[in-house]
Design a protein around this ligand. Structure first.
Ligand SMILES: CC(C)(COP(=O)(O)OP(=O)(O)OC[C@H]1O[C@@H](n2cnc3c(N)ncnc32)[C@H](O)[C@@H]1OP(=O)(O)O)[C@@H](O)C(=O)NCCC(=O)NCCS
Length: 175
């Protein structure tokens, strides 16, 4: 399992780089930028800032940031659910509005799949989130894999008003 140190000055253990774009595992120092992207993107449920810091530090092997010229322009918040250890569950993906449409989200997820030994890619996507549905359909199509849906978290499960259901999509990604 890739290791992330608590020392923010250390190089990340793995990084996919093109001339202007870098995709790499997170460090605690990325948590603040991830929180800002989620806050400013206009679509995602904003978690507490501590949640992003915690994932960035303690789930670094299953999280990614994308940087353009050193600035964080995208992130993936993901983990391996203990009940489904062969799965990678993508909780949130966010790309800054000005950086969208460059396959940054897809490349962050592909980078995770390249570095992890997982059989299934999972995410929940609300019915109205066209961009996110296109993102995961594209990943499935490029792999020639069938994307399937099942009930997961229902609208009525949320204690606060106005949440759409969060059905679970699953894509087989085993090598
Ligand atoms: C969803 C999101 C992360 C996609 O980021 P992105 O880097 O622009 O996505 P990509 O460029 O990798 O596009 C992936 C696919 O989705 C398609 N797509 C992207 N935005 C789209 C849109 N607004 N409408 C329709 N399709 C869209 C692309 O054409 C691409 O399709 P392909 O794989 O067949 O070529 C970004 O729009 C975002 O941050 N949205 C707000 C937060 C959010 O909704 N997150 C997802 C819920 S967890």
């Amino acid at each position: 399992m890739p290791m992330t140190t608590q020392d923010d000055t250390d190089d990340p253990p793995h990084a996919a780089t093109t001339p202007d774009l870098t995709i790499r595992p997170t460090t605690r120092a990325d948590g603040a930028a991830m929180w800002r992207l989620a806050r400013d993107g206009g679509v995602l449920d904003l978690n507490s800032s501590y949640a992003y810091l915690l994932y960035a530090q303690d789930f670094a092997d299953t999280c990614r940031v994308a940087t353009l010229d050193g600035s964080v322009v995208g992130f993936v918040l993901a983990h391996r659910p203990p009940a489904r250890p062969g799965s990678l569950f993508v909780w949130q993906v966010g790309v800054s509005p000005e950086a969208r449409g460059r396959r940054i989200a897809a490349r962050m997820i592909e980078d995770l799949l390249d570095s992890l030994d997982v059989e299934t890619l999972e995410a929940t996507v609300t019915e109205s989130n066209t961009a996110s549905r296109a993102l995961f359909s594209g990943i499935a199509a490029r792999r020639g894999a069938e994307l399937t849906w099942r009930e997961f978290v229902r609208g009525g499960d949320f204690p606060d008003e106005g949440h759409e259901a969060e059905p679970l999509l699953q894509i087989p990604v085993g090598h």
